[in-house]
Every structure is written in structure tokens, then in C-alpha cells.
Design a binder for this molecule. Structure first.
Ligand code: FES
Length: 128
């Protein structure tokens, strides 16, 4: 499952005028329609990290989840190559099942929960 953000910034021609946002979504939906149910596309309102628009969350399959995979957040999905890489990875099984392309891996971003955990101050130590 691909969750394609289409909130205030993702999919916005004002923010990214050089990207065919509707064309991206059409390509993703066409791939899902041809996948015999192996790939699903859902759109979402703003998922949070607008600075990394266009954002797509790649959900693991049931088997991927059983293998310990989690959802992967991919930012800056603006080019046709990015869509190619996303589709190749998702149709090969996605997180936990197949390796993403190195270029796509460079676009992985932390989810908002992961980002918060990374910036949280460490707990003060107990006095001895
Ligand atoms: S609009 Fe996509 S993260 Fe905000």
C-alpha cells in the first residue's frame, strides 16, 4: 500500500511547479489497477513533514510486517524516476520483502513520531 500525501504542500503546483502531480497520481493508480490487488494507492491529507513534499508512505505487506518491517516514509517524490523507483520497490514486495533502489533510499525520511523521538532530550540521570 502506498499512501500518497495530497495535503497543502504535496501535490501543489504552487510549491513544486515543475512536477506533474496529477500525472504522478494517475501513474500510481494505473499501476495499482494492473497489479491484481498486490498494490493499493490511497491519498491522504497532510501527513506532517511538508518541507519534504511530495511525501509517500510505503506500507509493508502482511508478510513484510511479519518479518519486522515498518512503514517507510519517502520524501521529495517529484520526478518520474522517483515514481519508477517507488513502483518497482512496491511491486517487488516493499519494506521487508525487497530492497529499494539506492536513489530511493536516499529519500527516506523519518516519520513525525521518529523525528520527535530523535530530538527529545535525554532523561536527567538520577542522583547517586
Ligand atoms: S502536505 Fe504532505 S506532508 Fe504536509
Amino acid at each position: 500500500m502506498l499512501v500518497v500525501c495530497r495535503g497543502c504542500c504535496c501535490g501543489s503546483p504552487r510549491k513544486h511547479p515543475g512536477t506533474d502531480h496529477e500525472g504522478q497520481l494517475a501513474r500510481l493508480r494505473a499501476a495499482a489497477a494492473e497489479s491484481d490487488g498486490r498494490l493499493a494507492i490511497r491519498t491522504s491529507e497532510c501527513l506532517g513533514p511538508c518541507g519534504q513534499a511530495n511525501l509517500v508512505v510505503v506500507q509493508p505487506s502482511g508478510e513484510g510486517r511479519r518479518r519486522g518491517a515498518r512503514a517507510v516514509w519517502v520524501g521529495w517524490v517529484l520526478s518520474d524516476d522517483g515514481i519508477d523507483d517507488l513502483l518497482a520497490w512496491a511491486t517487488a514486495g516493499g519494506p521487508g520483502m525487497a530492497a529499494p533502489s539506492p536513489a530511493l533510499e536516499l529519500q527516506f525520511v523519518p516519520s513525525p513520531a521518529e523525528a520527535r523521538a530523535r530530538t527529545r532530550a535525554p532523561e536527567p540521570r538520577a542522583p547517586r
